[in-house]
Design a protein around this ligand. Structure first.
Ligand code: NOJ
Length: 494
């Protein structure tokens, strides 16, 4: 692997020569770099060692056509067996930390609170975490990255209020079993996608289409589950374990199409319906007012006896407010946004509750993902917006990256990283945004949900046709190492 790495470092010189207009500022000493993956996307071993079925196992087995080329995560990158190799890659990259997620159905196979904990599941994550620590790599653990145990979906999934208890039991188990090794916890990854895609447009497992109803119920339960996990950590573990807990929230940047008041309002409304849907409750204690106002009014006009947006009790509001030690942001892309006439009242959906018109510019560079356009300045705007809107919190960038169709000479990925990192650095040093971590998605090519293995985000390529799943560094891996080592995006920094 070291030999291949050297080759790609040499090839890299040519690519960096073409590099774009990156800033010559230097990343501050405190700023850390990491790489990320998630359990279902890399682990495989879907039914080994008493792991039970999760919603992705279920949907890919029951409806293979749900995913491109009928693929699934049965084997994926085989990280369940190859975790030592993964850690060797992280070490070779030189990252400060690794963001990975834990498979709930490996830890609590029966799903329900109070049911037995699987010791082999715990052992796997202890081994992986210890291997990281032995190599000087800090663990950043996502408790839930979209792979709900199927048994919990069988009782209704996230819209069922019972999930709060079941999740709390699982989270407490992790704090108990891994909290001596792990000091940074992320309760949920992109909850908007769990709820909106899982229960709204059906684009992700469990594939339910009940937009404007089930997605709001899902979020309501999920926010309470997050708050409960935070309080459990606070009350039972923080004093002895000294860690920190946050939630990963994703958003695009919504660039107003004009400077008109209407378009500025449309942009703010879109941000509140995406990032604010989750961040406002945990920072300020409730859903954004614009969501409450619009969904309450539309529900009433539609003849619902109560709003489709559930209400928190006063106690719940207080319980949820303040449940974060930092804010985390996944950011990839940008859309233009403009105000539009009120949507038809007969349409019940999140989209018509939000009711803005969005589009992307044809001149923006594409990627292999239809939703991902290369718009580096968008991340700087998102960071400034999060900082301004939520009282200048510490911000972790928990995901950012570029997809292509494969290949080791990934100059477009290098270009993406250079330009996004440049904007992040300017946000930190010129705008005073308190970003302390940057996480590249992804360490290696992996199961990209409904795109299967056709879309690649990795710094390392994985050969999915070979049963050994060999990994090979791409040029972007050497590039990332250079950035981490020099803390600089151009030949010479200030
Ligand atoms: C969002 C998700 O957290 C991750 O699982 C996914 O693979 C990447 N972004 C890219 O789509």
């Amino acid at each position: 692997m070291a030999y291949k790495f050297l080759i790609s470092t040499l090839l890299l010189v040519a690519v960096v020569k073409e590099a774009t207009s990156a800033t010559n500022l230097t990343f501050p000493d405190y700023f850390k770099f990491g790489a990320a993956t998630a359990s279902y996307q890399v682990e495989g071993a879907w039914d080994e060692d008493d792991k039970s079925e999760n919603i992705w196992d279920h949907i890919t087995h029951a409806t293979p056509t749900y995913v491109d080329e009928n693929d699934n995560g049965d084997i994926a990158c085989d990280s369940y067996h190859k975790y030592k190799e993964d850690v060797a890659m992280l070490k070779e990259l030189g990252v400060d930390y690794y963001r990975y997620s834990i498979s709930w159905s490996r830890i609590v196979p029966h799903g329900l609170a109070g049911t037995p904990i699987n010791p082999v599941g715990i052992e796997y994550y202890r081994n992986l975490t210890q291997e990281l620590l032995d190599n000087g790599i800090e663990p950043l653990v996502t408790i839930f990255h979209w792979d709900t145990p199927e048994i919990l979906q069988d009782i209704g999934g996230w819209p069922n209020p019972e999930l709060e208890e079941h999740y709390a039991y699982y989270a407490r188990t992790l704090f108990e079993e891994l909290g001596d090794l792990v000091k940074l916890w992320l309760t949920f990854n992109e909850p908007k996608q769990t709820c909106m895609q899982g229960y709204g447009d059906g684009e992700k497992a469990p594939g339910i289409k009940a937009s404007g109803v089930a997605d709001y119920k899902c979020t309501h339960v999920l926010l309470k589950a997050h708050a409960k996990a935070y309080h459990i950590y606070d009350e039972e573990f923080r004093a002895t374990q000294n860690g920190r807990v946050g939630m990963v929230i994703d958003t695009e940047w919504f660039e107003p199409a004009s400077g008109s008041d209407q378009d500025l309002e449309a942009s703010e409304r879109a941000l509140q319906f995406t990032y604010g849907w989750y961040a406002n409750p945990i920072v300020n204690g409730n859903y954004p007012q614009v969501m409450i106002d619009r969904i309450d009014a539309r529900s009433e006009e539609q003849g619902y006896p109560e709003s489709r947006l559930p209400k928190f009790t006063d106690e719940e509001l207080e319980y949820i407010q303040g449940t974060y030690d930092f804010l985390a942001v996944n950011q990839y892309s940008t859309s233009y946004v403009e105000w539009q006439e009120e949507a038809d009242i007969n349409v019940i959906s999140y989209g018509s509750d939000l009711n803005v018109h969005t589009w992307t510019d044809d001149s923006w560079e594409s990627s292999a993902s239809d939703w991902l356009k290369v718009v580096p300045w968008g991340i700087r705007k998102v960071l400034n917006w999060v900082s301004k809107t939520y009282k200048n919190p510490e911000i972790f960038i928990t995901e950012n990256g570029y997809s292509d169709a494969g290949g080791l000479e990934d100059d477009r990925r290098i270009n993406y990283y250079t330009e996004y990192l440049s904007n992040i650095l300017e946000a930190v040093l010129e705008d005073g945004v308190n970003v302390t971590r940057y996480t590249a998605w992804s360490l290696m090519d992996n199961f990209e949900w409904t795109d299967g293995y056709t879309v690649k985000f990795g710094l390392y390529s994985v050969d999915f046709d070979d049963p050994e799943r060999p990994r090979t560094p791409k040029q972007s891996a050497a590039y990332y190492t250079k950035v981490i080592t020099t803390r600089c995006l151009v030949d010479t920094c200030e």
